[in-house]
Write a protein that binds this ligand. Structure first.
Ligand code: ASP
Length: 308
């Protein structure tokens, strides 16, 4: 029987368990389940892996709970600048963007860049001009306003401090979102989307839009979407590293993903996690933080929604 599988994440730095109320836990679980189901539905209806990851990530971008799309953190200028990427494991085509403002679903823009721009990576004003040409949906600044994110920014505003998305209690919290999927044809894909870091300036770009760092997909090996301390994920070329360990060293998906997150990334001081799938439907979701908002629906029809 042909297999389908999907895994998603909503960031690898969760509220500490002691500060997580049952009501909050429930809303995170419900948002994850909604996105997972939306992605899975695409696969169930014989849709391709690219459409499934786009759909799942769109749902996460539309939720204020995660640091992407609507829930994006504030930059030092009080704006929201988003980064996103998508990759097709069948063709190795990819699309990515950074420093984009006002676009409701950056993941869909990433897909348009992949399919229609003739390029891989567009940034800033140019990316937004392309988005307008493609009739992408834009939202006003108020759409991206969130009281918690605003308070997070107030804590560091006017300083040189740049914070990964964190709670009002100053816990570490990475909120990037992502998805990986295997479709009925045996093709895999990955997508990642983020608002980056609170109070970021100087056009800071993280790992999320960088193919090979925060996102990668290759039918021969795996599809990977990362979350965590972006600078370390860039230096560790984390997503591609998982793929390389499988391709060149023959490691299984689980071995490769675990080794990269718990050994190689840790060794250089990086915090975070990833979700990954291979062409056989195996799923890995390792993290070296206290928790990672995550959910999966594997090829045996088993569903998992977890935070810690
Ligand atoms: N990796 C993201 C970045 O550095 C942050 C995150 O995962 O929340 O922009």
């Amino acid at each position: 029987m042909k297999k389908i599988a999907i895994a998603i994440h909503g960031g690898a730095g969760t509220l500490l368990k002691k500060n997580m109320t049952p009501a909050m836990e429930q809303s995170y679980a419900a948002a994850l389940e909604e996105a997972l189901t939306a992605g899975r539905l695409v696969l169930q209806n014989d849709g391709d892996a690219i459409s499934a990851v786009e759909e799942a990530v769109k749902h996460l971008e539309d939720s204020p709970l995660f640091n992407a799309g609507k829930g994006s953190v504030f930059t030092s200028a009080g704006t929201h600048e988003m980064d996103a990427s998508i990759m097709d494991g069948k063709t190795l085509n990819a699309g990515a963007l950074s420093m984009v403002r006002g676009v409701r679903n950056p993941v869909s823009l990433a897909r348009m860049i992949m399919e229609k721009s003739g390029h891989v990576f567009l940034a800033g004003e140019g990316a937004m001009a392309f988005a307008r040409q493609m009739n992408c949906m834009f939202e006003p600044e108020e759409y991206f306003f969130d009281e918690l994110r605003f308070q997070q920014w107030q804590q560091v505003k006017g300083t040189d401090d740049v914070k990964l998305d964190h709670s009002a209690l100053d816990e570490k919290k990475f909120g990037t979102v992502g998805a990986v999927a295997l479709d009925i044809e045996g093709n895999i894909a990955a997508a990642t989307s983020t608002g980056g870091m609170t109070n970021k300036k100087f056009g800071r770009v993280g790992d999320s839009p960088m193919i090979g760092a925060g996102n990668y997909a290759n039918n021969l090996t795996c599809a990977v979407s990362c979350t965590g301390s972006g600078e370390f994920f860039i230096r560790g070329v984390v997503a591609y590293d998982v793929s390389c360990l499988m391709e060149y060293k023959g490691l299984s998906l689980l071995e490769a993903a675990d080794h990269v997150i718990n050994h190689r990334l840790k060794k250089i001081g990086g915090d975070g996690g990833l979700v990954a799938v291979d062409a056989n439907g195996n799923i890995a979701m390792p993290f070296n933080t206290d928790g990672m908002y995550r959910a999966s629906w594997n090829a045996n029809d088993e569903k998992l929604i977890a935070i810690y």
